[in-house]
Design a protein around this ligand. Structure first.
Ligand code: CA
Ligand code: CA
Length: 349
Protein backbone atom coordinates (compact mmCIF):
# COMPACT_ATOMS: atom_id res chain seq x y z
CA UNK A 1 0.00 0.00 0.00
CA UNK A 2 2.79 2.35 0.95
CA UNK A 3 4.73 1.47 -2.18
CA UNK A 4 1.73 2.19 -4.37
CA UNK A 5 1.34 5.68 -2.93
CA UNK A 6 4.99 6.50 -3.58
CA UNK A 7 4.66 5.20 -7.13
CA UNK A 8 1.64 7.43 -7.75
CA UNK A 9 3.40 10.49 -6.37
CA UNK A 10 6.40 9.74 -8.56
CA UNK A 11 4.36 9.55 -11.71
CA UNK A 12 2.50 12.75 -10.79
CA UNK A 13 5.80 14.57 -10.36
CA UNK A 14 6.99 13.23 -13.71
CA UNK A 15 3.79 14.42 -15.36
CA UNK A 16 4.25 17.93 -13.96
CA UNK A 17 7.83 17.99 -15.19
CA UNK A 18 6.85 16.89 -18.69
CA UNK A 19 4.03 19.42 -19.00
CA UNK A 20 6.41 22.21 -17.96
CA UNK A 21 8.66 21.37 -20.90
CA UNK A 22 6.59 23.24 -23.47
CA UNK A 23 7.61 24.27 -26.92
CA UNK A 24 7.89 27.60 -28.69
CA UNK A 25 4.96 27.66 -31.10
CA UNK A 26 5.23 30.34 -33.77
CA UNK A 27 2.24 32.11 -35.23
CA UNK A 28 2.46 31.57 -38.99
CA UNK A 29 -0.94 32.87 -40.16
CA UNK A 30 -1.20 30.17 -42.79
CA UNK A 31 -4.92 30.86 -43.26
CA UNK A 32 -4.29 34.56 -43.69
CA UNK A 33 -7.17 35.54 -41.38
CA UNK A 34 -4.87 36.68 -38.55
CA UNK A 35 -6.87 34.98 -35.82
CA UNK A 36 -5.31 33.25 -32.84
CA UNK A 37 -8.12 30.68 -32.62
CA UNK A 38 -7.49 29.14 -36.03
CA UNK A 39 -5.12 26.16 -35.50
CA UNK A 40 -3.84 26.44 -39.07
CA UNK A 41 -2.33 29.80 -38.10
CA UNK A 42 0.27 28.15 -35.85
CA UNK A 43 3.36 26.13 -36.71
CA UNK A 44 2.35 22.47 -36.78
CA UNK A 45 -1.27 23.56 -37.35
CA UNK A 46 -2.21 23.11 -33.70
CA UNK A 47 -3.00 25.77 -31.10
CA UNK A 48 -0.33 26.43 -28.46
CA UNK A 49 -1.27 24.84 -25.14
CA UNK A 50 -0.86 25.73 -21.49
CA UNK A 51 2.64 24.26 -21.67
CA UNK A 52 3.75 26.30 -24.67
CA UNK A 53 5.11 29.75 -25.42
CA UNK A 54 3.01 31.42 -28.10
CA UNK A 55 5.56 33.31 -30.18
CA UNK A 56 4.43 36.12 -32.43
CA UNK A 57 7.03 36.86 -35.05
CA UNK A 58 7.30 39.83 -37.34
CA UNK A 59 6.55 38.04 -40.51
CA UNK A 60 2.85 37.71 -39.92
CA UNK A 61 2.00 41.02 -38.26
CA UNK A 62 -1.03 41.30 -36.05
CA UNK A 63 -2.59 38.39 -34.19
CA UNK A 64 -6.18 38.92 -33.08
CA UNK A 65 -7.49 37.06 -30.04
CA UNK A 66 -11.28 37.10 -29.73
CA UNK A 67 -11.87 33.83 -27.89
CA UNK A 68 -10.73 32.11 -24.71
CA UNK A 69 -7.32 30.46 -24.67
CA UNK A 70 -4.70 29.30 -22.18
CA UNK A 71 -0.99 29.24 -22.94
CA UNK A 72 2.19 28.98 -20.90
CA UNK A 73 3.52 32.37 -21.96
CA UNK A 74 3.43 34.90 -24.78
CA UNK A 75 6.37 36.42 -26.62
CA UNK A 76 5.55 39.16 -29.14
CA UNK A 77 8.22 40.74 -31.29
CA UNK A 78 10.36 37.64 -31.33
CA UNK A 79 11.58 38.85 -34.71
CA UNK A 80 10.85 42.33 -36.10
CA UNK A 81 7.49 43.89 -35.25
CA UNK A 82 4.55 41.86 -33.94
CA UNK A 83 1.25 42.85 -32.40
CA UNK A 84 -1.24 40.99 -30.23
CA UNK A 85 -4.71 42.51 -30.15
CA UNK A 86 -7.02 41.14 -27.43
CA UNK A 87 -10.46 42.18 -28.63
CA UNK A 88 -13.98 41.80 -27.26
CA UNK A 89 -14.67 38.14 -26.46
CA UNK A 90 -10.97 37.42 -26.08
CA UNK A 91 -9.72 35.93 -22.81
CA UNK A 92 -6.01 35.18 -22.54
CA UNK A 93 -4.94 33.06 -19.59
CA UNK A 94 -1.18 32.96 -19.50
CA UNK A 95 2.05 33.18 -17.57
CA UNK A 96 4.60 35.81 -18.60
CA UNK A 97 4.09 38.22 -21.46
CA UNK A 98 7.26 39.59 -23.05
CA UNK A 99 7.27 42.29 -25.70
CA UNK A 100 10.34 43.02 -27.83
CA UNK A 101 13.12 40.48 -28.01
CA UNK A 102 16.77 40.48 -27.01
CA UNK A 103 17.66 41.66 -30.53
CA UNK A 104 17.98 45.39 -31.21
CA UNK A 105 15.11 46.85 -33.21
CA UNK A 106 12.56 44.18 -32.38
CA UNK A 107 9.14 45.53 -31.47
CA UNK A 108 6.36 43.78 -29.57
CA UNK A 109 2.97 45.45 -29.27
CA UNK A 110 0.05 44.45 -27.09
CA UNK A 111 -3.35 46.03 -27.20
CA UNK A 112 -6.22 45.25 -24.86
CA UNK A 113 -9.29 46.37 -26.70
CA UNK A 114 -12.38 44.90 -25.10
CA UNK A 115 -10.93 41.53 -24.10
CA UNK A 116 -9.16 40.43 -20.96
CA UNK A 117 -5.78 39.07 -19.91
CA UNK A 118 -5.21 37.09 -16.74
CA UNK A 119 -1.49 36.53 -16.23
CA UNK A 120 0.01 34.51 -13.40
CA UNK A 121 3.40 35.89 -14.43
CA UNK A 122 4.98 39.22 -15.36
CA UNK A 123 4.74 41.76 -18.13
CA UNK A 124 8.10 42.82 -19.55
CA UNK A 125 8.35 45.41 -22.31
CA UNK A 126 11.55 46.20 -24.16
CA UNK A 127 13.24 42.99 -23.14
CA UNK A 128 16.69 43.55 -24.67
CA UNK A 129 18.69 46.76 -25.08
CA UNK A 130 17.48 48.53 -28.24
CA UNK A 131 14.21 46.60 -28.34
CA UNK A 132 10.74 48.07 -27.93
CA UNK A 133 7.59 46.94 -26.16
CA UNK A 134 4.36 48.89 -26.32
CA UNK A 135 1.15 48.26 -24.41
CA UNK A 136 -2.16 50.01 -25.04
CA UNK A 137 -5.10 49.36 -22.73
CA UNK A 138 -8.21 50.86 -24.29
CA UNK A 139 -11.07 48.84 -22.80
CA UNK A 140 -11.45 45.47 -21.13
CA UNK A 141 -9.03 44.35 -18.46
CA UNK A 142 -5.58 42.95 -17.81
CA UNK A 143 -3.97 41.68 -14.62
CA UNK A 144 -0.43 40.47 -13.96
CA UNK A 145 0.63 38.69 -10.78
CA UNK A 146 4.40 38.99 -11.23
CA UNK A 147 6.91 41.84 -10.89
CA UNK A 148 6.51 43.76 -14.13
CA UNK A 149 8.56 46.26 -16.13
CA UNK A 150 7.78 49.01 -18.59
CA UNK A 151 11.23 49.31 -20.18
CA UNK A 152 13.25 46.31 -19.00
CA UNK A 153 16.55 46.75 -20.87
CA UNK A 154 15.09 48.56 -23.88
CA UNK A 155 12.26 51.02 -24.42
CA UNK A 156 8.79 50.35 -23.04
CA UNK A 157 5.57 52.30 -23.23
CA UNK A 158 2.21 51.82 -21.55
CA UNK A 159 -0.77 53.93 -22.56
CA UNK A 160 -4.02 53.51 -20.64
CA UNK A 161 -7.03 55.23 -22.16
CA UNK A 162 -9.74 53.04 -20.62
CA UNK A 163 -10.36 49.64 -19.08
CA UNK A 164 -8.79 48.22 -15.94
CA UNK A 165 -5.13 47.28 -15.56
CA UNK A 166 -3.70 45.80 -12.38
CA UNK A 167 -0.37 44.47 -11.15
CA UNK A 168 -0.20 42.17 -8.13
CA UNK A 169 3.50 42.79 -7.50
CA UNK A 170 5.87 45.69 -8.19
CA UNK A 171 5.66 47.82 -11.32
CA UNK A 172 9.03 49.18 -12.48
CA UNK A 173 9.14 51.94 -15.08
CA UNK A 174 12.66 52.15 -16.54
CA UNK A 175 14.16 49.11 -14.85
CA UNK A 176 17.73 48.41 -15.93
CA UNK A 177 20.55 50.76 -16.94
CA UNK A 178 19.94 52.42 -20.32
CA UNK A 179 16.29 51.38 -20.38
CA UNK A 180 13.46 53.84 -20.77
CA UNK A 181 9.88 53.48 -19.56
CA UNK A 182 7.00 55.79 -20.32
CA UNK A 183 3.52 55.45 -18.84
CA UNK A 184 0.69 57.70 -19.97
CA UNK A 185 -2.85 57.48 -18.66
CA UNK A 186 -5.93 59.42 -19.71
CA UNK A 187 -8.76 57.17 -18.53
CA UNK A 188 -9.65 53.85 -16.96
CA UNK A 189 -7.91 52.50 -13.89
CA UNK A 190 -4.43 51.39 -12.91
CA UNK A 191 -4.19 49.42 -9.66
CA UNK A 192 -0.98 48.32 -7.94
CA UNK A 193 -2.25 47.50 -4.45
CA UNK A 194 0.64 45.69 -2.80
CA UNK A 195 3.98 46.21 -4.56
CA UNK A 196 5.72 49.53 -5.14
CA UNK A 197 5.36 51.49 -8.35
CA UNK A 198 8.88 52.70 -9.12
CA UNK A 199 9.43 55.42 -11.71
CA UNK A 200 13.09 55.29 -12.71
CA UNK A 201 14.89 52.33 -11.16
CA UNK A 202 18.21 52.33 -13.06
CA UNK A 203 16.77 53.63 -16.33
CA UNK A 204 14.76 56.71 -17.25
CA UNK A 205 11.11 56.64 -16.22
CA UNK A 206 8.11 58.87 -16.60
CA UNK A 207 4.47 58.66 -15.62
CA UNK A 208 1.97 61.25 -16.83
CA UNK A 209 -1.61 61.11 -15.63
CA UNK A 210 -4.21 63.24 -17.39
CA UNK A 211 -7.34 61.28 -16.52
CA UNK A 212 -8.64 58.14 -14.86
CA UNK A 213 -7.61 56.82 -11.45
CA UNK A 214 -4.26 55.32 -10.51
CA UNK A 215 -4.43 53.54 -7.13
CA UNK A 216 -0.95 52.56 -5.97
CA UNK A 217 0.41 51.27 -2.71
CA UNK A 218 3.55 53.41 -2.74
CA UNK A 219 4.96 55.59 -5.49
CA UNK A 220 8.75 55.80 -5.60
CA UNK A 221 10.41 58.32 -7.90
CA UNK A 222 14.07 57.43 -8.51
CA UNK A 223 14.44 55.89 -5.04
CA UNK A 224 18.10 55.00 -5.55
CA UNK A 225 18.93 58.56 -6.67
CA UNK A 226 20.55 57.12 -9.81
CA UNK A 227 21.77 59.53 -12.48
CA UNK A 228 18.62 59.17 -14.55
CA UNK A 229 15.57 61.20 -15.45
CA UNK A 230 12.45 60.32 -13.50
CA UNK A 231 9.31 62.38 -13.40
CA UNK A 232 5.67 62.04 -12.48
CA UNK A 233 3.23 64.58 -13.88
CA UNK A 234 -0.23 64.77 -12.37
CA UNK A 235 -2.09 66.74 -15.02
CA UNK A 236 -5.60 65.40 -14.42
CA UNK A 237 -7.40 62.46 -12.89
CA UNK A 238 -6.71 61.02 -9.46
CA UNK A 239 -3.46 59.63 -8.09
CA UNK A 240 -4.36 57.67 -4.95
CA UNK A 241 -1.40 56.44 -2.89
CA UNK A 242 -0.73 54.52 0.28
CA UNK A 243 -2.95 51.47 -0.03
CA UNK A 244 -0.45 49.57 2.12
CA UNK A 245 -1.36 51.86 5.00
CA UNK A 246 2.06 52.96 6.16
CA UNK A 247 3.88 54.38 3.16
CA UNK A 248 2.77 56.52 0.26
CA UNK A 249 5.42 58.50 -1.54
CA UNK A 250 9.20 58.57 -1.86
CA UNK A 251 11.10 61.01 -4.05
CA UNK A 252 14.89 60.92 -4.20
CA UNK A 253 17.63 62.50 -6.27
CA UNK A 254 16.77 65.65 -8.21
CA UNK A 255 13.56 64.21 -9.63
CA UNK A 256 10.07 65.53 -9.09
CA UNK A 257 6.37 65.01 -8.73
CA UNK A 258 4.73 67.86 -10.66
CA UNK A 259 1.09 68.62 -9.84
CA UNK A 260 -1.13 70.60 -12.18
CA UNK A 261 -4.82 69.83 -12.68
CA UNK A 262 -5.01 66.41 -11.05
CA UNK A 263 -5.74 65.44 -7.46
CA UNK A 264 -3.28 63.60 -5.26
CA UNK A 265 -4.69 61.49 -2.43
CA UNK A 266 -2.64 59.66 0.18
CA UNK A 267 -3.75 57.40 3.00
CA UNK A 268 -3.18 58.93 6.43
CA UNK A 269 -1.88 62.32 7.51
CA UNK A 270 0.94 63.17 5.08
CA UNK A 271 1.07 66.92 5.69
CA UNK A 272 4.60 66.91 7.13
CA UNK A 273 5.82 64.55 4.40
CA UNK A 274 4.49 66.99 1.81
CA UNK A 275 6.07 69.95 3.56
CA UNK A 276 9.47 68.28 3.38
CA UNK A 277 9.14 67.49 -0.31
CA UNK A 278 7.98 71.03 -1.12
CA UNK A 279 10.96 72.44 0.81
CA UNK A 280 13.30 70.15 -1.13
CA UNK A 281 11.72 71.14 -4.47
CA UNK A 282 10.81 67.48 -4.99
CA UNK A 283 7.18 68.48 -5.44
CA UNK A 284 6.47 71.24 -7.94
CA UNK A 285 3.18 72.66 -9.12
CA UNK A 286 1.74 74.92 -11.79
CA UNK A 287 -1.69 76.01 -13.02
CA UNK A 288 -4.35 74.05 -11.15
CA UNK A 289 -8.02 73.29 -10.78
CA UNK A 290 -10.91 74.81 -8.79
CA UNK A 291 -10.81 74.65 -4.99
CA UNK A 292 -11.77 71.24 -3.66
CA UNK A 293 -12.62 72.37 -0.12
CA UNK A 294 -11.06 73.33 3.19
CA UNK A 295 -7.36 72.83 3.68
CA UNK A 296 -4.81 72.55 6.45
CA UNK A 297 -1.64 73.73 4.71
CA UNK A 298 -0.83 75.67 1.58
CA UNK A 299 2.29 76.72 -0.27
CA UNK A 300 2.58 79.32 -3.02
CA UNK A 301 5.07 79.71 -5.83
CA UNK A 302 3.70 83.10 -6.81
CA UNK A 303 1.59 81.83 -9.72
CA UNK A 304 -0.45 79.10 -8.09
CA UNK A 305 -1.07 77.68 -4.66
CA UNK A 306 -0.67 74.06 -3.61
CA UNK A 307 -3.23 73.05 -1.00
CA UNK A 308 -3.32 70.05 1.28
CA UNK A 309 -6.09 68.83 3.54
CA UNK A 310 -6.15 65.93 5.91
CA UNK A 311 -9.38 64.14 6.77
CA UNK A 312 -12.02 66.68 5.69
CA UNK A 313 -12.28 66.29 1.94
CA UNK A 314 -11.57 62.55 2.06
CA UNK A 315 -11.86 60.83 5.44
CA UNK A 316 -8.57 59.36 6.60
CA UNK A 317 -6.74 60.71 3.57
CA UNK A 318 -4.53 63.64 2.69
CA UNK A 319 -5.87 65.42 -0.40
CA UNK A 320 -3.57 67.67 -2.45
CA UNK A 321 -4.38 69.98 -5.33
CA UNK A 322 -3.18 73.17 -6.99
CA UNK A 323 -5.23 76.26 -7.75
CA UNK A 324 -4.22 79.33 -9.74
CA UNK A 325 -3.85 82.47 -7.61
CA UNK A 326 -6.92 84.65 -8.16
CA UNK A 327 -6.99 88.38 -8.85
CA UNK A 328 -5.06 90.54 -6.30
CA UNK A 329 -8.31 91.88 -4.77
CA UNK A 330 -9.28 88.45 -3.44
CA UNK A 331 -5.81 87.26 -2.52
CA UNK A 332 -6.13 88.35 1.11
CA UNK A 333 -9.25 86.24 1.54
CA UNK A 334 -7.27 83.07 0.91
CA UNK A 335 -5.01 83.74 3.87
CA UNK A 336 -7.99 84.55 6.08
CA UNK A 337 -9.81 81.41 5.01
CA UNK A 338 -6.85 79.19 5.75
CA UNK A 339 -7.66 76.76 8.52
CA UNK A 340 -4.03 76.18 9.42
CA UNK A 341 -0.65 77.66 8.73
CA UNK A 342 0.22 79.16 5.39
CA UNK A 343 3.63 78.01 4.29
CA UNK A 344 5.37 80.34 1.86
CA UNK A 345 7.89 78.56 -0.25
CA UNK A 346 9.62 79.45 -3.48
CA UNK A 347 7.86 82.81 -3.64
CA UNK A 348 8.94 83.97 -7.05
CA UNK A 349 7.29 87.42 -7.41
CA1 CA B 1 0.41 26.69 -39.75
CA1 CA C 1 -8.31 68.87 7.41
Amino acid sequence: MKMKKIGLMGSLALGVQLSAMGANINFDNDSGDGTWANPVNWAGDALPTSADTARLTAVFGTTVLGSTTTVGSVFAGHVGTSTLDVVSGGVLNTGNIQLGAWATGTIGNLSVNGGSIVSSGFLRTGLGGGSFGNVAVQSGSASFSGASSIGFNGTGTLDITGGALSFGNVLRIGQNANSSGTVTMSGGSLTVPSGATVVGVAGNGSFALTGGTASLSVLQINPTAAAINAQVDLLGGVLDLGADGNWALEIAGDDVLNIEAGTLRMAGDRLSLLDGYVAANSITWANGQSMLGVYDVSWTNGASVLYADYNDINAGQTTVWATVIPEPGTLGLIAVAGMGLIGVRRFMI
